[in-house]
Design a protein. Structure first.
Length: 231
Protein backbone atom coordinates (compact mmCIF):
# COMPACT_ATOMS: atom_id res chain seq x y z
CA UNK A 1 0.00 0.00 0.00
CA UNK A 2 1.06 3.61 -0.39
CA UNK A 3 1.10 4.02 3.38
CA UNK A 4 3.65 1.22 3.70
CA UNK A 5 5.80 2.73 0.98
CA UNK A 6 5.66 6.12 2.72
CA UNK A 7 6.67 4.58 6.06
CA UNK A 8 9.61 2.78 4.44
CA UNK A 9 10.78 5.98 2.77
CA UNK A 10 10.57 7.93 6.03
CA UNK A 11 12.47 5.18 7.85
CA UNK A 12 15.21 5.24 5.21
CA UNK A 13 15.47 9.05 5.44
CA UNK A 14 15.71 8.88 9.24
CA UNK A 15 18.35 6.18 9.06
CA UNK A 16 20.44 8.00 6.48
CA UNK A 17 20.22 11.25 8.42
CA UNK A 18 21.44 9.63 11.63
CA UNK A 19 24.26 7.72 9.95
CA UNK A 20 25.36 10.77 7.97
CA UNK A 21 25.58 12.87 11.15
CA UNK A 22 27.59 10.16 12.91
CA UNK A 23 29.97 9.79 9.97
CA UNK A 24 30.53 13.53 9.68
CA UNK A 25 31.05 13.89 13.43
CA UNK A 26 33.60 11.08 13.61
CA UNK A 27 35.46 12.29 10.53
CA UNK A 28 35.54 15.89 11.79
CA UNK A 29 36.81 14.83 15.22
CA UNK A 30 39.57 12.66 13.78
CA UNK A 31 40.56 15.30 11.24
CA UNK A 32 40.68 18.18 13.76
CA UNK A 33 42.54 16.22 16.44
CA UNK A 34 44.92 13.95 14.59
CA UNK A 35 45.17 15.24 11.02
CA UNK A 36 45.92 18.92 11.57
CA UNK A 37 48.09 20.45 8.87
CA UNK A 38 47.78 17.24 6.87
CA UNK A 39 46.72 17.04 3.21
CA UNK A 40 42.97 16.82 2.55
CA UNK A 41 43.44 13.32 1.15
CA UNK A 42 44.18 12.05 4.65
CA UNK A 43 40.71 13.13 5.82
CA UNK A 44 39.12 11.51 2.79
CA UNK A 45 40.90 8.25 3.55
CA UNK A 46 39.68 8.48 7.15
CA UNK A 47 36.09 8.86 5.91
CA UNK A 48 36.44 5.74 3.76
CA UNK A 49 37.94 3.73 6.63
CA UNK A 50 35.14 4.82 8.96
CA UNK A 51 32.60 3.35 6.56
CA UNK A 52 34.15 -0.12 6.57
CA UNK A 53 32.66 -1.15 9.96
CA UNK A 54 29.32 0.31 8.89
CA UNK A 55 29.35 -1.77 5.72
CA UNK A 56 30.09 -4.90 7.75
CA UNK A 57 27.24 -4.16 10.16
CA UNK A 58 24.92 -3.42 7.25
CA UNK A 59 25.51 -6.85 5.75
CA UNK A 60 24.63 -8.62 9.01
CA UNK A 61 20.91 -8.00 8.63
CA UNK A 62 20.28 -6.25 11.93
CA UNK A 63 16.85 -4.67 12.40
CA UNK A 64 17.13 -0.91 11.93
CA UNK A 65 14.64 -0.08 14.67
CA UNK A 66 16.50 -2.33 17.10
CA UNK A 67 19.75 -0.53 16.34
CA UNK A 68 18.02 2.76 17.04
CA UNK A 69 16.71 1.22 20.26
CA UNK A 70 20.27 0.63 21.45
CA UNK A 71 21.18 4.25 20.76
CA UNK A 72 18.04 5.54 22.49
CA UNK A 73 18.72 3.46 25.60
CA UNK A 74 22.35 4.58 25.83
CA UNK A 75 21.16 8.17 25.52
CA UNK A 76 18.69 7.64 28.37
CA UNK A 77 21.50 6.19 30.49
CA UNK A 78 23.67 9.28 30.00
CA UNK A 79 21.18 12.15 29.78
CA UNK A 80 20.63 12.77 33.51
CA UNK A 81 24.35 12.65 34.46
CA UNK A 82 25.20 14.86 31.48
CA UNK A 83 22.53 17.49 32.10
CA UNK A 84 23.32 17.50 35.82
CA UNK A 85 26.97 18.24 35.07
CA UNK A 86 26.00 21.10 32.75
CA UNK A 87 23.78 22.88 35.29
CA UNK A 88 25.92 25.76 36.66
CA UNK A 89 24.69 25.35 40.24
CA UNK A 90 25.56 21.66 40.24
CA UNK A 91 28.96 21.75 38.57
CA UNK A 92 30.82 21.79 41.85
CA UNK A 93 28.65 18.93 43.15
CA UNK A 94 28.20 16.52 40.24
CA UNK A 95 31.67 15.20 39.43
CA UNK A 96 33.17 13.68 36.31
CA UNK A 97 33.42 10.34 38.08
CA UNK A 98 29.74 10.62 39.02
CA UNK A 99 28.93 11.09 35.34
CA UNK A 100 30.85 7.96 34.36
CA UNK A 101 29.45 5.82 37.14
CA UNK A 102 25.96 7.23 36.61
CA UNK A 103 26.02 6.20 32.97
CA UNK A 104 27.33 2.75 33.87
CA UNK A 105 24.60 2.50 36.50
CA UNK A 106 22.01 3.27 33.86
CA UNK A 107 23.41 0.54 31.60
CA UNK A 108 23.30 -1.95 34.45
CA UNK A 109 19.78 -0.83 35.30
CA UNK A 110 18.57 -1.48 31.77
CA UNK A 111 20.14 -4.93 31.81
CA UNK A 112 18.63 -5.65 35.24
CA UNK A 113 15.16 -4.73 33.98
CA UNK A 114 15.53 -7.25 31.17
CA UNK A 115 16.75 -9.96 33.54
CA UNK A 116 13.77 -9.27 35.81
CA UNK A 117 11.32 -9.64 32.92
CA UNK A 118 13.00 -12.81 31.57
CA UNK A 119 13.89 -14.42 34.90
CA UNK A 120 13.53 -18.19 35.08
CA UNK A 121 14.63 -19.61 38.47
CA UNK A 122 15.71 -22.92 36.95
CA UNK A 123 17.94 -21.27 34.32
CA UNK A 124 19.98 -18.47 35.87
CA UNK A 125 22.55 -18.13 33.08
CA UNK A 126 19.88 -18.25 30.40
CA UNK A 127 17.87 -15.62 32.22
CA UNK A 128 20.80 -13.20 32.20
CA UNK A 129 21.55 -13.66 28.50
CA UNK A 130 17.90 -13.59 27.44
CA UNK A 131 17.20 -10.62 29.69
CA UNK A 132 20.10 -8.59 28.33
CA UNK A 133 19.05 -9.38 24.75
CA UNK A 134 15.46 -8.40 25.44
CA UNK A 135 16.38 -5.18 27.24
CA UNK A 136 18.84 -3.89 24.66
CA UNK A 137 17.63 -5.31 21.37
CA UNK A 138 14.24 -7.00 21.47
CA UNK A 139 11.92 -5.14 23.85
CA UNK A 140 10.00 -3.39 21.04
CA UNK A 141 10.37 -0.08 22.86
CA UNK A 142 8.84 -1.32 26.10
CA UNK A 143 8.68 1.42 28.76
CA UNK A 144 10.40 -0.52 31.54
CA UNK A 145 14.01 -0.40 30.26
CA UNK A 146 13.72 3.35 29.68
CA UNK A 147 12.42 3.99 33.18
CA UNK A 148 15.15 1.74 34.60
CA UNK A 149 17.81 3.70 32.67
CA UNK A 150 16.63 7.06 33.99
CA UNK A 151 16.04 5.90 37.56
CA UNK A 152 19.30 3.96 38.01
CA UNK A 153 21.50 6.59 36.33
CA UNK A 154 19.97 9.35 38.44
CA UNK A 155 20.37 7.38 41.67
CA UNK A 156 24.00 6.43 41.03
CA UNK A 157 24.93 9.94 39.88
CA UNK A 158 23.63 11.72 42.94
CA UNK A 159 24.61 9.07 45.48
CA UNK A 160 28.20 9.12 44.20
CA UNK A 161 28.19 12.93 44.07
CA UNK A 162 26.97 13.13 47.67
CA UNK A 163 29.62 10.69 48.88
CA UNK A 164 32.33 12.53 46.95
CA UNK A 165 31.15 15.84 48.41
CA UNK A 166 31.46 14.43 51.94
CA UNK A 167 34.96 13.15 51.17
CA UNK A 168 36.02 16.53 49.76
CA UNK A 169 34.62 18.28 52.81
CA UNK A 170 36.87 16.05 54.89
CA UNK A 171 39.87 17.41 52.99
CA UNK A 172 40.48 14.38 50.76
CA UNK A 173 40.99 15.05 47.06
CA UNK A 174 40.97 12.22 44.52
CA UNK A 175 42.31 12.13 41.00
CA UNK A 176 39.02 11.34 39.29
CA UNK A 177 38.49 9.27 36.17
CA UNK A 178 40.58 11.52 33.93
CA UNK A 179 43.40 11.50 36.46
CA UNK A 180 43.49 7.71 36.27
CA UNK A 181 43.02 7.31 32.52
CA UNK A 182 45.47 10.02 31.49
CA UNK A 183 48.30 8.18 33.23
CA UNK A 184 47.90 5.30 30.77
CA UNK A 185 50.68 5.49 28.14
CA UNK A 186 49.36 6.88 24.87
CA UNK A 187 46.14 8.27 26.35
CA UNK A 188 47.22 11.89 25.82
CA UNK A 189 47.64 11.14 22.12
CA UNK A 190 44.32 9.30 21.85
CA UNK A 191 42.45 12.16 23.53
CA UNK A 192 44.46 14.82 21.68
CA UNK A 193 45.46 16.52 24.95
CA UNK A 194 49.28 16.43 24.93
CA UNK A 195 49.56 19.19 27.54
CA UNK A 196 47.25 17.60 30.10
CA UNK A 197 48.40 17.63 33.71
CA UNK A 198 46.69 16.81 37.03
CA UNK A 199 46.24 20.53 37.66
CA UNK A 200 43.96 20.79 34.62
CA UNK A 201 41.15 18.93 36.39
CA UNK A 202 40.19 21.76 38.67
CA UNK A 203 40.40 24.41 35.97
CA UNK A 204 43.27 26.38 34.42
CA UNK A 205 46.21 27.10 36.70
CA UNK A 206 46.86 30.46 38.26
CA UNK A 207 47.92 33.07 35.72
CA UNK A 208 46.37 31.24 32.77
CA UNK A 209 45.21 33.63 30.06
CA UNK A 210 42.22 31.84 28.56
CA UNK A 211 39.11 33.33 27.01
CA UNK A 212 36.25 33.44 29.47
CA UNK A 213 38.51 32.66 32.45
CA UNK A 214 39.22 35.07 35.26
CA UNK A 215 42.83 34.38 36.19
CA UNK A 216 42.49 36.48 39.33
CA UNK A 217 40.16 33.84 40.79
CA UNK A 218 41.74 30.44 40.29
CA UNK A 219 39.14 27.71 39.89
CA UNK A 220 36.32 30.13 39.03
CA UNK A 221 35.17 31.13 35.57
CA UNK A 222 34.49 34.72 34.59
CA UNK A 223 30.76 34.24 35.12
CA UNK A 224 31.29 33.00 38.67
CA UNK A 225 30.62 29.32 37.97
CA UNK A 226 32.96 26.71 39.35
CA UNK A 227 34.38 24.00 37.07
CA UNK A 228 33.20 20.42 37.42
CA UNK A 229 35.09 18.50 40.11
CA UNK A 230 37.15 15.44 39.16
CA UNK A 231 36.04 13.00 41.86
Amino acid sequence: SWVGVLVVLLAIIMNEGAVDSLQNGLAASISSHFLKNRPLQWTRVAVVLLNVPLLIIGTRGFAVLSLFLVGNLVTCCAIVPLISGLVPRLRSFVTETAFVFGTIGGILGVTASGVYVSWVPSDTAGSFSAGALWAWYGNNYDWRPFVAALASSTAVTYVWSALAWVVRRAGVQGSGVSGVLMRIPGMKFVTATPHWSPGCQGGPPAGAKLAGWDSSRTGTSSNGHKPIQPV
